[in-house]
Design a protein around this ligand. Structure first.
Ligand code: PMP
Length: 428
């Protein structure tokens, strides 16, 4: 039989050669961060070894080369998202950085006392707390759209929240807890009916599916480089040009101004430079572009097919293990994540046990405290797949789970809170 994508490309990722005692690393925490292929590591080293210099202001060869590398990376991101022009791509430190930028600029200019900001019940803290703080600061109200039992936001429920005082909406493209995917195209359409701009948190979507910001008609779209096989410390804020252009600088400083005297008003340069004060993470942008090129060369059809194969295999495998329950319905539209609960055993104990077998998973609430609270569990055990995972690794987890037992965390907590949800009751 032909090798799967995971088997074919594992050698591209040096860290996957690590072993822990007798156990090879089974890395299933890709929703937290992904491992880096050699081409990304090479891009970082080559940049620092051969091109490094500050961008924009130098009229010497190296500086111009660094500027070109940075702007070429911006073009690669533009192409990846199918944005209309490179000026619509702002480099940030990550998704968190992008949402904070928006809350402090767009939010502060558009949302006032008595207004409303709509978020959904499945948001990561990074796409919730910046909006909540904005609302607290300006005297607005944050409206939370509840999530359905299948782990998605229903368009009708979202539409019902779009009252006359709503100034913007922020929605996750895909859940980092359940791996479920929201119908963002439809949600955006609903919001646009009322001329409400929409911020999409694409942190968990960009690594798993082709994203076309123009087809979605997203006003803003954010993602993190490190979750898409690129470096940490670099991320992207896409915004429609007209909307980005109305933003005043988030941070002020070098690179944002046209000319400064002490007694005249400050004139700011156009976007994206206006929103990228100071020296940017040039190497990070270059590394991110290398990662996006690597993914593009694999092809979305193969990446999607592999993702679907692994998620469906995991749902089938763990659905057949007594005492283990899969949350939500991740196999309906696979997006690399399967969240489990093991009846009567705290997720931290499950995570610690799996670690004894070389398995890396995340346990807990995954920075989505409010969402996980609605399941009536203390947390979940999250398996999240990347392009290099294999079906054999799912079997390693299955075998390891057959010997999992209550440990210190379980003893410290009341048992009823580890019981899996009753799917009939849903999450809301
Ligand atoms: N949103 C979602 C859905 C996420 O999964 C994450 C990362 N777990 C973030 C936002 C925050 O991303 P970062 O930490 O890279 O800023």
């Amino acid at each position: 039989s032909s090798a799967t994508l995971g088997e074919l490309i594992r050698d591209d990722f040096p860290i996957l050669r690590r072993r822990f005692g007798p156990h090879p690393l089974v890395y299933l925490d890709n929703a937290a961060t992904t491992q880096k292929p050699q081409v990304v590591l090479d891009a970082l080293v080559d940049y620092y070894a051969g091109v490094n210099s500050n961008i924009g202001r130098g009229f010497y060869t190296l500086s111009m080369a660094a500027t070109d590398a940075y702007e070429n990376a911006r073009e690669t991101v533009r192409r990846t998202l199918n944005a209309g022009r490179p000026e619509e791509v702002v480099f940030t430190s990550g998704t968190t950085g992008a949402v904070n930028l928006l809350a402090d600029t767009f939010g502060r200019s558009r949302v006032g006392a008595g207004d409303e900001v709509v978020v959904t019940g499945m948001e990561h803290n990074s796409n919730m707390l910046p909006w909540r703080r904005l609302c607290e600061t300006v005297g607005a109200r944050m409206v939370v759209v509840p999530v359905e039992a299948d782990g998605r936001v229903a368009p009708a429920r979202f539409a019902a929240a779009l009252g006359p005082r709503v100034r913007l909406a922020a929605v996750a493209h895909a859940s980092n807890v359940l791996g479920t995917v929201n119908p963002v195209r439809t949600l955006i359409e609903e919001a646009h009916r009322h001329e409400i701009p929409v911020v999409v948190d694409g942190a968990q979507a960009v690594p798993h599916r082709p994203v076309d910001v123009r087809a979605l008609d997203a006003d803003f779209y954010c993602f993190s480089g490190h979750k898409v096989y690129g470096p940490m410390g670099i991320g992207v804020l896409y915004g429609k040009y007209a909307l980005l252009s109305e933003l005043s600088p988030y941070q002020v400083g070098g690179g944002t101004v046209k000319g400064v005297t002490l007694d005249t008003p400050v004139g700011y340069v156009p976007v994206p430079a206006r929103l990228e004060a100071g020296t940017p993470h040039v190497a990070g942008a270059v590394g991110l572009a290398a990662a996006l090129d690597y993914l593009a060369a694999l092809g979305w059809q193969r990446v999607r097919g592999h993702d679907e194969h692994l998620v469906r295999a995991a749902v089938e495998t763990f659905g057949a293990v007594p005492g283990v329950r899969v949350l939500g319905d991740p196999a309906a539209d696979p997006n690399g994540i399967v969240s489990l609960v093991v009846d009567g055993i705290h997720p931290y104990d499950v995570g610690g046990h799996l670690n004894q077998h070389g398995v890396a998973v995340r346990s807990g609430v995954h920075c989505a405290n409010v969402f996980v609270d609605t399941f009536g569990v203390v947390g979940t055990v999250r398996l999240s797949f990347g392009i290099y995972n294999t079906e054999d690794e799912i079997d390693v987890v299955r075998r390891a789970l057959s010997t999992v037992a209550p440990g210190v965390w379980t003893k410290d907590h009341p048992t009823e809170r580890f019981l899996a949800i009753d799917p009939a009751k849903g999450h809301s």
